[in-house]
Ligand binder design. Structure first.
Ligand SMILES: C[S@@+](CC[C@H](N)C(=O)[O-])C[C@H]1O[C@@H](n2cnc3c(N)ncnc32)[C@H](O)[C@@H]1O
Length: 323
């Protein structure tokens, strides 16, 4: 472990001993689902910057690996959806955090008649060397951890995610990003890195790392303000700097010859004289007047056509098998 990773571990050991609601989270509402109740300490230890849990997609046949457990909030949410012994595996190298998450889950057992502690297993483990066999889970999730890594470790962590996922498996990831490079002094401050500030990459850099790990389909599902770094607090900055949160789902599937299909919420609509039009390159049929979600590459190609209406990224991509 490099030095900065030791600082990261110390920061989270402290955050496990004494909950710090301002550590790295945004004031987002947590999932309210029927019959799901959270222990108050678990809520105080919400150290995520977005959400990786999607009740529309996670089901009882999934086996979920969750990297970096925090106070166990998302472990409980995944357990709510999977509801199976051993269905959710959390890993974390920080003993204090594992113990705090487990204590919160035991408290959750008192509050939630549907929940049994056996649904979740928490293991000692590191994102850089996942203690799981290849192709052993259908879902991997991480929330606000991978941004703390330097790029070399980030790439290693993503390769590990890819290794343990079954083919067609999904990786749900949420991290803060920056629109411009952070000043070197901020990037090299290990505590700021641990606090989910110093390690922020641009969205394009983040997507490039996912593509390099092998993910063949990548959907940017949310993008919203995370925090604004003010020069009054960070004198190395000349002007205020916005950090944003992204929520991404990446799929373990083959990329096309020219790289992964990346969806950012763009659509194209056929507006010609026929009832519809078939894009011969992708084989996709576009009924007239119906916006179709498309990847960035397909959007780039199709939007030039005179009978196509294009809508720009919403950063809320939920494509349904389109090109
Ligand atoms: C910012 S917190 C996020 C916690 C949780 N995901 C959430 O949303 O509340 C980072 C978590 O990653 C853990 N962690 C730190 N270094 C890690 C590593 N190398 N591998 C896996 N987890 C790590 C910390 O102990 C902490 O639980």
């Amino acid at each position: 472990m490099g030095d900065y990773l030791e600082v990261v571990a110390q920061v989270y050991a402290e955050a496990a001993r004494q909950p710090d609601p301002g550590l790295c989270c945004v004031p987002l509402a947590v999932w309210e689902l029927p019959g799901l109740r959270y222990p108050s300490r678990m809520l105080e230890m919400n150290y995520g910057c977005g959400s990786t849990v999607d009740p529309r997609e996670i089901c009882e046949t999934d086996t979920v690996l969750y990297i970096g457990v925090g106070g166990g909030l998302e472990l409980l949410q995944f357990a709510y959806l999977v509801r199976r012994r051993g269905g959710v595996i959390g890993i974390d190298p920080v003993a204090e955090m594992r113990e705090a998450a487990w204590a919160n889950l035991l408290e959750a057992e008192n509050l939630n008649p549907w929940f049994c502690r056996d649904f979740v297993e928490i293991r000692d483990g590191d994102a850089l060397h996942l203690p799981l066999c290849a192709e052993s889970v259908t879902v991997v999730a991480q929330n606000c951890l991978f941004n703390v890594f330097r790029e070399e470790e980030l790439q290693r962590a993503l390769s590990e995610v890819y290794r343990v996922l079954q083919p067609q498996g999904r990786f749900y990831t949420s991290d803060p990003i920056a629109q411009q490079p952070l000043p070197r002094a901020l990037r090299e401050d290990a505590r700021l890195r641990a606090r989910c500030i110093g390690g922020c990459l641009s969205l394009e850099e983040y997507l490039t790392h996912l593509a390099k790990a092998g993910f063949g389909r990548i959907e940017v599902r949310a993008r919203f303000p995370y925090r604004v770094l003010a020069p009054t607090e960070f004198p190395d900055l000349a002007t205020p700097m916005l950090l944003e949160t992204i929520e991404i789902t990446a799929y373990k599937m083959e990329a096309g010859p020219d790289g992964p299909a990346i969806f950012v919420g763009e659509t194209v609509t056929y507006i010609g004289t026929e009832h519809g039009w078939k894009d011969e390159v992708s084989g996709t049929y576009l009924p007239r007047g119906v916006p179709m979600p498309v990847s960035r590459k397909a959007a780039e190609r199709l939007r030039r056509l005179p009978f196509i209406w294009y809508t720009p990224p919403t950063w809320h991509a939920r494509p349904n098998g389109c090109c």
